[in-house]
Design a protein around this ligand. Sequence first.
Ligand code: GLC
Length: 735
Amino acid sequence: MTQMTDAEIRARVDNLLAQMSAEEKAGQLTQYFTFSRAPDEVARVEDEVRAGRAGSLLFVSKAEEIDRLQRIAVEQSRLGIPLLFGYDVIHGLRTILPVPLAVAASWDPAVAEEGQAVAAAEARAIGLHWTFAPMVDITRDPRWGRMIEGAGEDPVLGSAMAAAQVRGFQGAFIGAPGRVIAGPKHFAGYGAAFGGRDYDEAEISDNELWNIYLPPFKAALDAGAGNVMSAYMGLNGVPATGNRWLLTDVLRETWGFEGFVVTDAGAAADLATHHYAADLGDAAVRALDAGVDMEMAPPFGEAAYRTLPQALAAGRITAAQLDTAVRRVLDAKLRMGLFEAPYVDLGAAAAMLAAPAHRAVARRAAERSAVLLHNAGGLLPLSRDTGSIAVIGPLADSARDTVGPWVFEQDDNETVTVLAGIRAAAGPATRVDYTPGVTMPARLHKSIFEDDVHAQTQRLVVDDDIEIANSVRLARAAEVAVLVLGEAHIMIGEHASRSSLDLPGRQQELLEAVLATGTPVVLLIMTGRPVDLKGAEPAAKMMIWYPGTRGGEAVANLLFGAAVPGGKLPYNWPRNIGQVPLPYAQLRSFRPDWAQERYWNEGNAPLYPFGYGLSYTTFSYAAPRLSADRIAPGKTLEVTVDVTNTGPVTGDEVVQLYIHQRYGSAARPVRELKGFQRVTLAPGETRAVRFPLGPGELSYWSAARRDRVQDETCIDVGVGGDSTAPFMTSFEVAG
Ligand code: GLC
């Protein structure tokens, strides 16, 4: 299918617009939830589609159903305009990749791009055109459950991951075969919710908006994203979805975005809920005025944009406003080729969903995402001929939890759990015993994903006293105990904030009971949050996140050394919840000498720093070399550092470049990540790793000058394997 030119697209949009009634135009701007488990709602939505009052559907996830609904739109509505099908393909559709935060921990944008290309291929094959991803919200608060969907606390790592995901989803252009429209979300500032409480408002200074929360969105748009999703929450007193400064001044006028904006679920109608808009009609007008093109209607609720024809008749909106929004939606449909090929190739869909190559991508991603936190005495890697291994924990054999939150189309029978992976990889003489140890507790407040529309697998309930005793017995009899502890998939993600970093339920008690046996313990942590282990110190600790469809295979490869861990933390790991927020990139303050004594009752350092992660080998860094010791503003110098593998096996190191600006128009953080490269080095190998430092890296939005600036200043430079890399050289920026 040849790509249409912009002129051809414009002409076809004009032709369609000229035929459309105000109601049909409002319909193109309305997206409905369509849950197959709610047949009455499907029937209601079908009527809207037939009447030309629906432009897009979401949550339809079976090829046959997508095809059926599309035929209603094309063959039974007056103008036959095809529907745009969107869905939350956040980290895979049927093949589930590790959660996005895990992929960020790989510090390898290629992992993100390759993984999202797999997700796009499966989504496009079943007839989906658009994903509500990547989620690019920065957060510094692990209480906020949606941290699992993002890339952690840093705008440079976040921007790299945002752009890579857009490339993976969309390919070279919107409409590329086997690709879908990417919709970075949630614009903007959602991750700064008060107290980490999901849905609470955010108050964010311009300094933090421009230097921390907005850059990943800009990176996603620079990578060509065709859509943006506006956030639910209040931003600085104005709901993000009614925030004209955000959706028009920044997105359109400053950044030149030409795609279409969709609201988050019900967020247009909810402008009235915020007590910002007077009622549903006012909410629709305020959303359109702010810059919202398409409304994701409230699930099972009343669409606000259905009132737009009345608003037009009453003169509250103009025909031009309406047409501008409809243009953007029709443009996306034309670019995706929906008018030429609206239907689904059901045979191709089935084949795509079972592609073995996709599973291999998921396994590699999980291997590259795990972060080795502690490995006393080199306990890991284990020998495949270890005599006996006790695998213990409520997450060790939970297929549903292994793939994490925001998955709906996986087949749990295809997921390799940690237990299954260990059993498959261990030697023939190795005895592998298992017990869940404890029951994962139920949530105090039910998750929105535990309702009948999202039907989730049931929790494994055991007698904790009996199983803890069983765990102790198995651990005593084993050479090594592998514990898989953390949070259930509904304890993190949307509507899953938490006021604690403790292990839920009696997992801590289980951990301490097994440690007390004296058998060496390998703790595999399955969550996204930096858990607080209350000082318990297993011999080895690895963050495996929610590792996806082939998670157990990847974890076994890491445990037995077939893969070498190389992941790094995408956030500072606090010692306890009381330290939060604890970003690594803080200002120097007037008492930097007391930076670690900000509380009188304990130190202020994180347990593990941003960018930290161990390997089965070791690396050394020579002092960084600069191509110049002075550059003019706007010029670029090069930082070169020689990195050597000083250990026994080939491994990956994420080489990280940090700077500190000593003075300028605003105070800048004690250190900021400005470059990173993951490199593979053989034992004894030395590699010269190079980074540019120019206006892109050295400019920032100045709170004093209220504009983007690059100061004449002195810049300290440090390069290392985490954010504690010492500053070893510096250079001047001077005219
Ligand atoms: C949800 C989320 C958003 C998601 C949308 C559709 O509530 O906030 O991330 O894409 O609704 O499921």
